[in-house]
Design a protein around this ligand. Sequence first.
Ligand code: NDP
Ligand code: A1CAB
Length: 268
Amino acid sequence: MKKANVVVVGGGQMGRALVGGMLASGFAAADQLTIIDPNPECRQWWAQQHPDVATGEQVRDHAAGTDVFLLAVKPYLVPDVAAGIAKTVDRPTLVVSIAAGVPLKTLCDHAGHQRVIRVMPNTPSLVGAGASAFCVAAGVTDEDCQWIRQALAGVGTVAQVAENQMDAVTGLSGSGPAYICLVIEALADGGVLAGLPRPLAMTLAAQTVLGTAKMVMETGRHPGELKDAVASPGGTTIAALKVLEEKGLRAALINAVETSARRSGELG
Ligand SMILES: NC(=O)C1=CN([C@@H]2O[C@H](COP(=O)(O)OP(=O)(O)OC[C@H]3O[C@@H](n4cnc5c(N)ncnc54)[C@H](OP(=O)(O)O)[C@@H]3O)[C@@H](O)[C@H]2O)C=CC1
Ligand SMILES: O=C(O)[C@@H]1CCC=N1
């Protein structure tokens, strides 16, 4: 299914990140993609940013010849959208949902078949640095599995997981970019407070996060060990680390992931 025609239902934040990443990676060409979104401003955004990608208001007008329906609407809309597709197509066409919390069973019940994949991607997919996990229903073929792997591998890392791990994935990597943006923003604020101009502070903050993540992944060394290597005895870093421990940074992040995961379960 290398040259699959994909209808993306929902052209908002995550649709933009995934499609932008798929186009940039060369996994999909513009003429294989159609964005369905009833919001005229959203369609205008697509027309301006990706003029070669077709857009439309209704799935039923663009369903013919579709190999994959990629559902990127808010979770509460997913059952209706899946049911609408089931009414429009007369064969079990692959349905991929990226909605937080919506279980495979709900998706299959509304799609009317079991050729369904549930994915949790994240926004850095836009720049080829996403982190995605997926799980599959019983009707998914090896070819479907290979297709989703290649699609997601083109925009970052990908792992197949058991469905009962999807809420945890959502709490960690799905929501994670927001936590890290908060960290970058706060680090830059600290730099400004200490006297740096804002643009330089932002660059130093973002590059420090990027470089540290790269170092963790490329060296394979434990983050604790890499942290120790920064902290000189009696120096600046250990003084700052004491503040972060006193303020509960670790517990705050652990609780954030747990809370997001729990919320994902509630959405379903
Ligand atoms: N944002 C993220 O980081 C991530 C999001 N997700 C999941 O992706 C999904 C989309 O989230 P996100 O992109 O942030 O949301 P957005 O609100 O940015 O995008 C959803 C888009 O769908 C449109 N829409 C509403 N109804 C329909 C319909 N019937 N058919 C087609 N399009 C419709 C919305 O229009 P309007 O604005 O007018 O309602 C909007 O443009 C969610 O299920 C979320 O859980 C998963 C991983 C990460
Ligand atoms: O906030 C949300 O519900 C979505 C799912 C993961 C990231 N954003």
